[in-house]
Design a binder for this molecule. Structure first.
Ligand code: B12
Ligand code: SF4
Length: 474
């Protein structure tokens, strides 16, 4: 069978998806399994091709099945709109929707334009589905799906147990080779996305990762990681693992094998501060694999704040981890959660902490009950909007304690403060000289530089965020 995977066009309120722009890794993982079973796949990234060209290419490919990925709640409406267009222009094609958000809230996706909703790992659900469509098998016997059943929908049962990740084929990167130069993270380009493990054993209340993976944590072997790295030409790699180095022994083994293979990349990883505090030698080992930058979900600067989101970490670990990274000269991007229930003192406390720690790259998420999280179960009756585009974690969808304009005044001040602390610590001139040098060296284009600086300026204005509330209420 011919299967096309389409990545919906850009459509968020602030264009956040253009800040870090990454490969459709999920679809190419699923496509690799389908190719193994003899199906022919095509991946079309409408964010790059544009909707008209992408749809025209898809029509020309004439797929039997079209797969859509909806990972983000913000992508819901545009993914459904795309499915409706596919149905209009390719009425014979069956539309399957999968991905993180679709898996955590499948009932929302019961739309006339959708034929199947796939839950969980696509590798487990999509190949049996497409094989059954090809052979005339009974689709209702394939677990992990919602399928149409007369005028309603039928759930086919819990998706199969999740096997070791080495058992899956390597992602079908050849299907997105034409787009490879387009992907980037901040100012680093080209960028490849890579997964070395899936899942998380923790249970933070704002996060659906552990729910999606049913509290499993599964890994690829170091040998497999090296094998995949050899296929990647991009010098920059974003590792999608939610908690990198969760398994310390494997973290060490991967670093040793990558080094022994002579591979050097600029790795961006995400991890927890308790891991950094306990095992700082891992940072040193990974620095030797090229360059390293770390995303840290610090969430809060107080133990009470961490407890409120069930982070199972301490404020002291957050301080110690940052000091370790500073001592080791490793770049880091801390992220904090801003609670809509905050008053001015809470904002001041966070600003003071950032100043004291010199944590200039800090980013700020607004506590958001995303469907499929514990927080959603707890707070869904309190949300002020179900306009899903606003669930981008920079808009308040819960009632704010401060009047909304004052809340955003404080919120945008945090972004301004982060910039100010950068300039104080790194020097404004030095920052601009470094960026200028990167442009001259061809590492960053002027367009990308302008986009990044423009976004930084935008975030320092309350109106940026307030605007969406105005249009939601009008
Ligand atoms: C990489 C990543 C990013 C990157 C890239 C984002 C992008 N544009 O793609 C960056 C850092 C930029 C980012 C930003 C954000 N992210 Co993010 N991100 C991730 C992360 C860590 C990994 C995703 C990934 O590639 N995984 C690896 C691949 C293999 O898995 P996968 O895509 O899920 O695919 C599998 C299945 O879903 C399924 N599948 C996927 N597609 C399809 C299609 C079909 C047809 C089928 C059958 C199956 C299927 O099969 C695949 C293989 O098993 C996830 C957490 C996670 N572990 O999933 C969060 C996650 C997706 N992000 C999240 C959020 C909230 C955000 C932000 C809104 C936060 C913010 N304000 O900064 C922004 C929004 C950006 C945007 N709209 O583009 C949430 C989404 C929750 C939600 N309901 O919205 C997640 C789940 C994290 C979390 N803690 O809750 N993110
Ligand atoms: S926020 Fe991080 S530590 Fe918490 S459950 Fe999600 S992935 Fe795990």
């Amino acid at each position: 069978m011919k299967v096309a995977f389409l990545k919906p066009p850009v459509g968020g309120i602030l264009g956040l998806e253009m800040l870090t722009f990454v490969e459709p890794l999920g679809p190419i993982c699923v496509a690799a399994c389908l190719e193994q079973d003899g199906h022919v796949c095509k991946v079309i990234d409408l964010r790059i091709d544009g909707e008209e060209k992408g749809i025209a290419d898809c029509v020309a490919f004439d797929p039997d099945v079209v797969g859509l990925q909806c990972n983000f709640t913000t992508e819901r409406n545009r993914t459904i709109r795309l499915a409706q267009r596919i149905k209009r222009e390719m009425p014979k094609a069956l539309v399957v929707i999968g991905g993180h958000d679709a898996s955590r809230d499948p009932d929302w996706f019961r739309d006339d334009a959708i034929d199947f909703i796939a839950m969980g790992d696509g590798e487990e659900v999509m190949p049996p589905l497409v094989n059954a469509l090809a052979d005339g098998g009974d689709i209702r016997k394939i677990p992990g799906l919602e399928v149409r059943d007369g005028s309603g929908w039928l759930f086919t049962g819990h998706a199969p147990a999740r096997p070791h990740l080495d058992m899956y084929p390597k992602p079908a990167r050849h299907l997105i080779a034409q787009y490879a130069d387009h992907y980037y993270i901040n100012f680093r380009k080209p960028l490849a996305l890579m997964e070395t493990a899936r899942g998380c054993p923790f249970k933070c209340n704002f996060c659906s990762v552990w729910k999606f993976h049913e509290s499993t944590f599964r890994e690829k072997s170091p040998a497999r990681v090296v094998e995949e790295l050899r296929d990647i030409t991009a010098p920059n790699i974003f590792i999608t693992d939610d908690i990198f180095w969760m398994n310390v022994k494997r973290g060490e083994a991967m670093a040793k094998e990558i080094k022994a293979a002579g591979i050097k990349k600029y790795f961006t990883v995400q991890t927890r501060t308790d891991i950094i505090c306990k095992f700082p030698h891992l940072i040193e080992m990974w620095k030797d694999c090229g360059n390293l930058a770390i995303f840290l979900g610090l969430e809060s600067v107080t133990d009470e704040g961490l407890k409120a989101v069930n982070k199972k970490n301490t404020a002291d670990n957050n301080v110690r981890a940052i000091n370790i990274l500073k001592d080791l000269g490793v770049g880091f991007t801390p992220n904090f959660i801003v609670d809509p229930a905050w008053d001015r003192d809470d904002f001041t406390r966070l600003r003071d902490w950032i100043e004291k720690m010199g944590a200039y790259n800090s980013g700020f998420s607004i506590l958001t009950p995303l469907p499929g999280t514990d927080l959603w179960d707890h707070d869904k009756k309190r949300v002020t909007t179900r306009r899903w585009e606003m669930y981008d974690i920079v808009h308040a969808v819960l009632p704010t304690k401060l009047p909304l304009d004052e809340f955003y005044e404080e919120y945008s001040r945090l972004w301004q403060h982060s910039l100010d602390v950068r300039y104080r610590n790194r020097g404004k001139m030095r920052t601009y000289v470094q960026l200028g040098a990167a442009v001259l060296a061809g590492k960053v284009s002027l367009k990308e530089l302008n986009r990044g600086l423009g976004m930084a300026r935008t975030f320092t204005k309350p109106q940026t965020f307030l605007r969406a509330h105005d249009s939601a209420s009008s």
